[in-house]
Design a protein around this ligand. Structure first.
Ligand SMILES: Cc1ncc(COP(=O)(O)O)c(C=O)c1O
Length: 447
């Protein structure tokens, strides 16, 4: 695209486009970056500049850009039946096949899927199904919901209330009443002298105290990302998640695994719930279900809850795009690729360990206060020249480092004072080297 074409797009964008999670004054001053093409792990800007995508879009393009299998499946489905709903005792073949495929992939008792259009809608659906279920079984007062600090569960009124990040909730005077936050296991941020394991135990004790204070009979569910992603790539300390799961069981609180980022292989296991044997009562999925090619969310529900909902009369919930045939066709083709190319195994046995080795080479780097990661997700928590003690509010080292990395030709995500990485599963070792070489060069400039 020529300079004039790009300038025109930037002017139109400035005039009429509100962007998500964006400081519009900065955006307008810089001019929007227009991405025009993707292939493999690479993106091209309208300027012709080529960038290595170290974040897989937004933690989602797991099979990489420009996969003909998905493009052709979508094209075929579009030609046959681009859309039909799943209302009116109807549905379509891809939605049926996807629901069934998920029931065979998912752990344990999760054999029913409710489809939606995003991760937020998947979590919103989980909240509503749980609320409706408790009402059906005569427990309408069991309606508070727990989640954890540093969690990210979405942006609707209810899911932003679940999200444990004040930057997401407070501009909108959220959380709504009845949404409670237990401490997330993030010892680095807490600045504690406790070991990660002991801090995890303290978080569990705090969660137990919160449950006792509120009354277990008033709490419906706990929402948990196996690895907290957008909150800063917080990897659970050993034993913590299983104890948290047991705590829920003891108190008859449903355990909802939000696997919107971790689902479909990013941790080197199809689900984090399988990896850590969480046996969730519900699971929410989006992003990697289609590798981001088309919008799709899914809420998986245990046999017991599904049975009650099916027997409970009219289920008054659903979206125009629940079970969208073209999105479901994209998901099926995406799942075929994961299977055929053994990409989850690749993350577990090959590229994930390589990525973690390269990530961990940053331990002891003067600009790095902590390294966290698992499988093909990682974060570097950054510090200024004086070390962690010199951190000040609003330093925003993450955004600065992400900008410097972009100048070096790679995309990473800046969050508070950290950068997060979650590349496509098809990334090669030389591409991983390139990603971390660029990060290293950008950190040299940061300090
Ligand atoms: C764990 C998790 N849950 C839910 C969501 C919300 O998904 P969406 O942006 O598709 O609404 C996200 C998005 O990043 C997420 O990371």
């Amino acid at each position: 695209m020529g300079k004039a074409g790009l300038a025109e797009l930037q002017a139109l964008d400035r005039e009429s486009h509100l962007h998500p999670f964006t400081q519009h004054s900065d955006l307008h001053a810089q001019g929007t970056r227009v991405i025009v093409r993707g292939d493999g792990c690479w993106l091209w800007e309208a300027t012709g500049r080529k960038l290595l995508d170290g974040l897989a879009g937004l933690w989602c393009v797991n099979v990489g850009y420009n996969r003909p299998e998905i493009i052709e499946a979508v094209h075929r489905q579009m030609g046959q039946l681009p859309y039909y709903c799943s209302f009116f005792n109807s549905t379509n073949e891809p939605a049926i096949r996807l629901a069934h495929r998920l029931s065979t992939l998912a752990p344990g008792r999760l054999r029913h899927a409710f489809f939606s259009g995003s991760g937020s809608e998947a979590n919103e659906t989980a909240l509503k199904l749980i609320r409706g279920w408790n009402k059906l079984r005569g427990k309408p007062g069991k309606n508070k919901v727990l989640s954890r600090t540093f969690s990210y569960h979405g942006v609707t009124l209810a899911t932003a209330s679940l999200t444990g990040l004040p930057s997401v909730s407070s501009p909108f005077d959220l959380p709504l009443p009845g949404f409670l936050h237990a401490p997330g296991p993030h010892p680095y941020d807490a600045g504690t002298a406790l070991s990660p394991e002991d801090y995890g135990k303290w978080c569990l004790e705090e969660t137990a105290r919160l449950i006792e204070r509120e009354g277990a009979d008033t709490i419906a569910a706990l929402f948990v990302e196996p690895v907290q992603g957008a909150g800063g790539v917080i990897v659970p300390p050993p034993g913590y998640l299983r104890s948290l799961r047991a705590l829920c069981r003891q108190n008859e609180i449903l355990f909802v695994a939000d696997e919107v980022i971790t689902g479909f292989g990013r941790l080197g296991s199809t689900f984090g719930s399988t990896l850590w044997e969480l046996d969730p009562d519900l699971m929410t999925l989006a992003k990697g279900i289609t590798s981001g090619y088309l919008p799709l969310g899914a809420t998986l529900v245990s046999d017991e809850i599904a049975g009650d909902l099916i027997g409970g009369g009219y289920l008054a919930h659903g979206f125009t795009y629940s079970g969208h045939p073209t999105c479901a066709a994209a998901a099926l083709a995406n799942l075929d690729i994961l299977e055929k190319d053994k990409l989850v195994e690749r993350v577990r046995d090959d590229i994930g360990p390589y990525f973690q080795t390269k990530l961990n080479e940053f331990r002891g780097h003067p600009a790095v206060g902590e390294v966290r990661g698992h499988g093909l997700i990682g974060a570097l928590d950054l510090v200024p020249r004086g070390g962690k003690a010199a951190l000040k509010p609003d330093l925003a080292l993450g955004a600065k480092a992400a900008q410097l990395a972009r100048d070096e030709g790679v995309i990473v995500r800046g969050i508070r004072n950290l950068i997060a990485l979650s590349p496509p599963f098809i990334i090669t070792k030389p591409e991983v080297d390139h990603l971390f070489d660029a990060v290293r060069a950008s950190l040299a400039k940061l300090t």
